[in-house]
Design a protein around this ligand. Structure first.
Ligand code: TRP
Length: 326
């Protein structure tokens, strides 16, 4: 008997993971590993919605998975697999595309945001259909819970709509998936914008303490705190957001020191870097191992693909039967 609910989590292969990925997703995935049954999807087809350049996809996939494994995703329990290697994704994507209107997809706020952020002047068909492919990702594995950041919640909403529609028209094949928002809000990048590889404002999980120090040293704190003893305002300080996350036990002390002027930004940054490093240094050894043994990483992914495909095939059989196809 099945006791654990199933999670389907996914990420586009963006290469080495940064603290934003860690705080916004990975940390949560690892935490949920015992409570749920987890499937970890690599959304390599989704990359093609915003670029035609495929040259880095495989390398980015391997780099990303090195970090997943390093932080504690256990591939023996939770399969890790690529969308592109399991043909059932394309098949279900096609069938789902008949169950949603273009008007509905044009209203997707995440699409609007991307169009603005990436300066896209005309939207390709596949990009409009991004959430439909995501729905196929989730429902192919009957994902009941989808851990995502806020920007992805509209896609889970579309997934629910498609599942309901399919179930109503054909038969009850799919669960109505729930969104599980990550507790910690988005971690800003070193420039205060969303932390993102394309913005060049990241701290990587694989960065050494020295590199992190170099990066954090340049971060802007409270622009009104000019000298060491000036009182500062933690609530407007970027470094304080990191402190809140990584130095959680010391936030009262930091607030007091900053406000009174006793704690200068240089010392505060040192404390912050140390705390970040304490968080991520336990992952270094494992990360290095996998980074030096990428064939092993690929084997792990291929093994995940075999296991995931079994589920995918079984769902597609149900879908075809429900639709009287074949
Ligand atoms: N769109 C998600 C992102 O950019 C990645 C993704 C693809 C995903 N398929 C998914 C996330 C299925 C959760 C479930 O972050």
């Amino acid at each position: 008997m099945k006791t654990k609910k199933r999670i389907l989590s996914g990420m586009r292969p963006t290469g080495k993971m940064h603290l934003g990925n860690y705080v916004g997703a990975l940390e949560n995935w690892v935490k949920l590993q015992g409570q749920y049954e987890n499937f970890h999807l690599i959304a390599d087809y989704h990359v093609l919605t915003t670029t035609t350049d495929t040259s880095e996809i495989l390398n980015n996939t391997l780099e990303m998975v090195c970090d997943w494994l390093a932080v504690g995703i256990d591939p023996a329990i939770s399969p890790i697999f690529r969308q592109s290697q399991i043909k059932e994704h394309s098949e279900l994507f096609l069938l789902f595309s008949m169950l949603i209107t273009t008007a509905r997809l044009e209203r997707n706020p995440t699409l609007k945001e991307q169009v603005k952020d990436l300066n896209i002047d005309t939207i390709i068909y596949g990009h409009l259909g991004y959430p439909v492919l995501q729905s196929a990702d989730i429902l192919l594995y009957k994902g009941e819970v989808v851990p995502v950041g806020e920007d992805q919640a509209p896609h889970v909403e579309i997934t629910r709509e498609i599942a309901r529609k399919f179930n109503n028209i054909y038969s009850e094949v799919f669960p109505i998936s729930e969104t599980k928002l990550t507790d910690f809000a988005r971690l800003p990048g070193l420039d205060g914008n969303k932390m993102s590889k394309s913005m060049n404002n990241t701290i990587l999980l694989s960065d050494s303490e020295d590199v992190i120090m170099q990066k954090v040293r340049k971060a802007i704190t409270d622009t009104q705190k000019l000298r060491r003893n000036d009182p500062g305002r933690p609530e407007v300080c970027l470094v304080f957001t990191y402190q809140e996350k990584f130095n959680n036990g010391k936030t009262d002390e930091i607030i007091e020191g900053c406000k009174s002027g006793a704690l200068g930004c240089v010392d505060c940054k040192k404390m912050c870097v140390q705390a970040i490093n304490e968080h991520i240094s336990p992952y270094t050894e494992k990360r290095n191992y996998y980074a030096n043994n990428k064939n092993e990483v690929l084997d792990i992914i291929r093994d995940g693909e075999k296991r995931a495909q079994k589920e995918a095939v079984s769902t597609m059989n149900e879908v075809r039967e429900a639709m009287k196809l074949g």
